[in-house]
Design a protein around this ligand. Sequence first.
Ligand SMILES: *Cc1c(COP(=O)(O)O)cnc(C)c1O
Length: 231
Amino acid sequence: MPDVAARLAAVRDRIREAEQTHGRQPGSVELLAVSKRQPLDAMQTAYEAGQRAFGENYLQEGVDKCQAMTATDIEWHFIGALQSNKTRPAAEGFDWVHAVDRLKIARRLSEQRPETLGALQCCIQVNVSGEASKAGVSPQALPELAHAVAELPRLRLRGLMTLPEAVTGFEAQRAAFSQLRQLQEALIDDGLALDTLSMGMSNDLEAAIAEGATLVRLGTAVFGPRPEKTP
Ligand SMILES: *Cc1c(COP(=O)(O)O)cnc(C)c1O
């Protein structure tokens, strides 16, 4: 899998360049390698090239990979949609959950987080583009949810996440990310200690970094096209 190492190096350069272009502190944007549907050997190659944070979308696949990758210094992020009856594997197996969008799910994650582990790091997913088909809480409902999630004992609310409508053009991409940043700033003004903006994927990471992303979720830019079926 030498191409994974080369892609990873290229995408790190892209991030560094975007940080520089947009006046961001060098190293202020973390790369989350989104490994959904990618085989373990590709993940292993990324690990050997220094990648430590991996993101998975499908619960069973993610849990299987956590068990199969034996390195203990990997940070596992669950970035997919969660159903409220399937929160336990996420609470037990992952370090982060990015797509919390209902209090019911947050409460279950908090209750199910094992005492032997630290708090579960989480982000609230916001539907900034207002598409009916997209998951995420509406901007209007966000403040109430954020304050409630921040009170849960076994979760640590770190910030916001979004998966905006795919649009082309830098300025159009930037608009949704700008909205997420402003929502986060309002919550911080309102007393919440948030430090994470999970936004930007392979096609729009520069726009996300321009608007303050602290974590970009990159799949194809790191691993190449995703295989059709779960390996
Ligand atoms: C698949 C996925 C990504 C990565 O997408 P790429 O376009 O391959 O970089 C990021 N975030 C979420 C929530 C995803 O489902």
